[in-house]
Design a protein around this ligand. Sequence first.
Ligand code: CTP
Ligand code: CA
Length: 233
Amino acid sequence: EEPAALPRDLEGRRVVVSAGGTAEPLDPVRTLGNRSSGRQGYALARVAAQRGAHVTLVAGSTADLAPPAAVDLVRVRTTEEMRTAVLDAGKGAEVVVMAAAVADFRPLDVAGFKIKKTDAEPEAIRLTRNPDILRELVAEQVPGRLVVGFAAETGDAEHDVLSFGRAKLARKGCDLLVVNAVGAGGDGRHSAFEGSDNEGWLLGADGSSTPLPMGSKAALAARVWDAVGARLS
Ligand code: CTP
Ligand code: CA
């Protein structure tokens, strides 16, 4: 569903996109990770490159995706690796988009050898917090650089998706937050995760909120870059 003529509004702009999930080692053969496919981040990277940007795509675990043409692909596994790659590439960038599903926690102890099964009950896995890459990017306060976050939300009994999105935008301090409405059932199968379609809102730190209609991840990516392009100086 490529539009006939893509805008070249990102010509020469340097952008960083993170995609996919981070995975945290538990022992040499096991990790704690998530089901992010990386499709939204890949679509963002592909569309930005098509619109003329120099793109660094920092990719964690993904489905078996073909890397977009004409992007610099940096493969990472852990949150710490993603943090280093994103902060590094982000130094010279005018836009950083955190589309990755970053693991909030990692095992406190990583076993040097494969954990063996015995007749005893297994030990509980103790977790510790991971750094928040998005908040670190915001805290760097690079003049003129835009930082875009993503959030997949369901509502709960008292809050709708949009109010969770607003609260997250305020907490993170980024310039734009793409809020994906995760489908009913809460297992993420309906939209946002694994599927090919997305819907939600694009919230701006300036108080703006633009609905993102259900559509392909490429269409959502185009909307995001429209909003970013309009804010670039
Ligand atoms: N993010 C990040 N580093 C983390 C966690 C999240 O950079 N350690 C980024 C994600 O890439 C995304 C945004 O922060 O762009 C929001 O992620 P989300 O998981 O929705 O936010 P959290 O603050 O982790 O809140 P929650 O408790 O809802 O998971
Ligand atoms: Ca999280």
